[in-house]
Design a protein around this ligand. Sequence first.
Ligand SMILES: NC(=O)C1=CN([C@@H]2O[C@H](COP(=O)(O)OP(=O)(O)OC[C@H]3O[C@@H](n4cnc5c(N)ncnc54)[C@H](O)[C@@H]3O)[C@@H](O)[C@H]2O)[C@H](O)CC1
Ligand SMILES: [K+]
Length: 496
Amino acid sequence: MITTDRMAAVDANAAALGVPRKQLMESSGNAVAREVRAVADPGATVALVCGRGNNGGDALVAARFLAEYETPVKLLGRPETIRTDIARENWAALGNAAIPAATVTDSRDFDLTGPEGAAGDDPDVIVDAMLGSGISGDLREPERTAAAAINASDATVIAVDVPSGIDADTGEPTGNGDGDADTASGPVAVDADRVVTFHDEKPGLTALDAAVTVADIGIPAAAERFTGPGDLLGLDRDPDSHKGENGEVLVVGGGPYTGAPTLSALAALRAGADLVRVACPESVASEVQGFSPNLIVRALPGDRVGPSHAERVASLAAGTDTVVLGPGLGDGDGTREFVREFLTTYEGRAVVDADALRVVPEVDTDADLICTPHQGELVGMGGETADDPDERSELVREFAADLDHTLLVKGAVDVIADGDETRLNRTGNPGMTVGGTGDVLAGAVGALAAVTDPFRAAAVGAYAVGRAGDAAADANGAGLVATDLPDRLPEAMRNE
Ligand SMILES: NC(=O)C1=CN([C@@H]2O[C@H](COP(=O)(O)OP(=O)(O)OC[C@H]3O[C@@H](n4cnc5c(N)ncnc54)[C@H](O)[C@@H]3O)[C@@H](O)[C@H]2O)[C@H](O)CC1
Ligand SMILES: [K+]
């Protein structure tokens, strides 16, 4: 089962792996043609009703695979307004090959018979390729009239990907019926007999009264299993957002170290957080502040974070979206006691790293944690590891389920898991074993967890920090240091 958003991500990841969308479209069109052959004998009339997006493109491809049928193609709109290059190329290919195709620009001209107004028989099959996953709101004209005509016909209706007008995630109509003042009369959607959808089932299709076929279109398993540029889709800032709406992060750390909390905080800012506060012992507060005027520092009395600070940190945490717990805290008894006490009452989201990790298995917490251990720390928490990535990811998934938290286990290949899902990340390089890169990762994940779910925050954080590290290695070779990474995060988070 896959949602529309995740499908778009996987599609982009496939393209990054060298399987571009046009190739997938060829497979989709072929699958549509197979579905036609399953319901109609050669010589039958198969009307292909095509929108101007890639859903329509799938049917334009299908027309080339259906030479043994009568295939009137109806393009809804002018060819110049076809929205994607790959759909336009497939439209041109039909014209070049003299496969009959007509355009419908006025809904009053829509009929389901032969091309260019030539009187033909009513079709035996209608392929609904008007709109797929790119739809929003009520069907507009001429799609709305076409949907009504399709529903009034006796032909077998095969929907491409999803019936036009239906939300593939919910199975409900995409509109509420008031999208077009002239024709408003409740939502309109194609009532399909069959649906040929691609790659995986869609949650909204199961509820429909239609036979659903899932066609393999050649998306490599790696496009889903590994993070890729598609994982970054949809994380862009809302242009109308206000200060604080893109995340407020509290980093709790420092004492024996000053660099670690600073690296986390700077990474959180570069990963998109609006406000980052650092709660650290007063002994290091001015040093942390001295690293950057972009940070807001909250000094805690003394030179180590201890149980007496739990209340103050809890009140700071209450005003933020996420907490990053651990960078440079050290492993004193009082520090562990602090982490235990804080997590007992905290109910929000936190990234837990470094010395704070050991406390997680022993504490009863309502917080939603993202733990970022390396393999050694994972074992210290009671988890198991293995050399084989498949075996390792299953062990991590099971341990995440036991803990009821999200895990990001760092390694040459990172494993991200919650109880349900696992993902692997292979960005990054051996130069990143240098000190401080883990602090950068924890901060980046903290910022991302303020704007997306924990699993995705961990996966995207690992991907982006690895990518930043790869750019830093290109520039600095074996001389890569952790301070090279935060400033490279914005570029690394660009979806390309
Ligand atoms: N990996 C895959 O799953 C693949 C899927 N393919 C097919 O591509 C479509 C999605 O294509 P896309 O171009 O993104 O969107 P649509 O064709 O669904 O819509 C295009 C276009 O329509 C306009 N529009 C939006 N809402 C409405 C509306 N309510 N009324 C009228 N017009 C509307 C809007 O401008 C959109 O841009 C997917 O479903 C598959 O069929 C590919 O084959 C590749 C692999
Ligand atoms: K469709």
